[in-house]
Structures are given as C-alpha cells and as structure tokens.
Design a protein around this ligand. Structure first.
Ligand code: CDP
Length: 249
C-alpha cells in the first residue's frame, strides 16, 4: 500500500479493521527489555519496542559538576537523549538539536519525580539514552528503559516510570502509534505515570482529540501501562536472579 497523500486521505486501517502492521486498535507492538547490558555504567538497560532499539546507561549519584550546579537539598537528574546518525531513514546530523533537547528535558523531569533525589544532596544522576534505531515512540521507550536502568543502578526510587503512547490515525483512537500512524495520523500523546500512585509524570500531545476520544485513549493506556510495568519488573528480577545464579557457580 502506498503512503503517498495527505494526512486525511491516508488509509492506515484496512477493510478488516486492522492496522498496517496487523495490530488491533488497542494492541501494543512487541516489547523486550534487558537489564545491565553495559559493564561500565552503574546501571543500564536495552529496550526493543517494535522497531525501536534503545540503549540506556546510568551514572551516579555522583558529586555534581560544575559545583555551581549543585543543589544543597537534592540530586538533579540529567538525561541526555541522543539519536544515532543511522537510527532514522534520513541520516540524522550528529549532536543535539531542538527536538533532542526538548526530549532530554521532559525525560529528566519525569525521572526526577520517580527518584528519591532528597537522599543525595549536591549530587547528579546522569542518564544517557542512545537511540540506535527509531520507529516512533522513542521518548517513551527511552524513558521506560531509563527508569529500569536507574533501578538497576541501585538508586532509590518511589516507583518505576512506565510510559506508552496513544493517538488517532485514520479517524480511529489507537494505542502505541507506529511510524506511519505518527507521521500521517491526527494525534499523538506520549504519556507516562508512576503506577503505584497513578501520578502522571509526562504527557504531551500533538494534534487534536475530542473529550470522548481522549477518554478512550486513556483507558487503552491504562491497560497497556500495567502490562509494560510487569515487563519492567520481570526484566529487573531476571537480572537479579542471574546475578544470584552466578554466585552459586
Ligand atoms: O520518537 P517520538 O515519537 O518520541 O518522537 P517524534 O518527534 O514524534 O518522532 C517520531 C518518529 O519520527 C521517531 O521515532 C523517528 O522514527 C522519526 N524521526 C525521524 O525519522 N527523523 C528525525 N530526525 C526525528 C524523528
């Protein structure tokens, strides 16, 4: 099927009511999370989410540098979202751009809500998010993997941050937008919470939705976030089982 045309005439749902990749409206792409994949970071994680492939390395808490950046009451979280030149169809110019600066900021703030930063005055926690392959939803996949990497670093947290996107394409409310749905759809909402309290720590929106559509998107997200939270916890507990198994050898 050709994807040429305007956003409104693109057919992203087939006659059987399925999306171009065969998913139902409220179906996630496959997600795989691995913990402690890097030897030299304090904590790390690798996530594959649909076609997204993202590595995260965490360092800290360590003394914040430069000294004037130190907060005497808490640590600050510095996430750096970065896309590899080969991660997208058209070679990405290396280095920060407006989009990556914005994503780094919102991800830093979401993580700071989850980490017990008051325990580490004058410290910084660095989170490096390296997008190796991008396929829509990278900020959410990067954030979801980052919170696992922070936990793997042994940094105290109130909860993991779990995220997912919902949106609208071809007139339908959909969970976890694919790249075509993101590019040619009518709305995209990256969304992340702390599941224990339900606190929303990231929510952005492009496009427009009615109140009813928004509420439909939220109920899809609610169910998906529970599933992703389980995947995060399973990945963490598997990494601890692996460590304990090595001690027994
Ligand atoms: O990745 P996310 O959905 O969080 O952010 P976006 O700004 O909505 O970008 C959506 C998708 O567009 C990315 O995941 C990439 O697949 C693609 N993209 C691209 O092809 N080239 C860029 N320079 C930036 C994004």
């Amino acid at each position: 099927m050709t994807l040429l045309g305007t956003a409104s005439d693109i057919k992203l749902i087939n006659d059987d009511g399925l999306r171009l990749d065969g998913r139902g409206f409220d179906e996630l792409r496959p997600i795989k999370i691995e913990v402690n994949v890097l030897n030299r970071a304090d904590g790390s994680a690798y996530i594959e989410w649909g076609g997204n492939k993202i590595l995260v390395g965490v360092y800290g808490p360590r003394e914040a540098y430069p000294k004037h950046s130190q907060n005497i009451n808490k640590a600050f979280v510095r996430a750096r979202y970065s896309m590899a030149a080969f991660s997208v169809d058209e070679r990405k110019r290396p280095g920060p751009d407006r989009r990556s600066i914005e994503i780094s900021k919102v991800v830093s703030e979401a993580l700071e809500s989850a980490i017990i930063v008051e325990q580490f005055p004058r410290a910084e926690i660095d989170v490096f998010i390296e997008v190796l392959q991008a396929d829509a939803g990278t900020r959410i996949a990067g954030l979801t993997a980052s919170s696992v990497a922070v936990a793997a670093a042994g940094i105290p947290m109130r909860d993991l941050v779990v995220g997912c996107t919902a949106g609208k394409a071809d007139g339908q409310v959909l969970l976890d937008l694919s790249k075509e749905e993101d590019n040619f759809g009518q709305a995209d909402i990256p969304f992340a919470i702390l599941p224990k309290t339900g606190e929303v720590v990231l929510m952005q929106m492009d496009g427009d939705l009615t109140v009813e559509e928004m509420s439909k998107a939220h109920s899809m997200l609610d169910k998906a976030l529970k599933h992703i939270y389980n995947l995060q916890r399973e990945a963490l507990s598997k990494s601890f089982t692996d460590v304990v198994a090595q001690w027994g050898e």
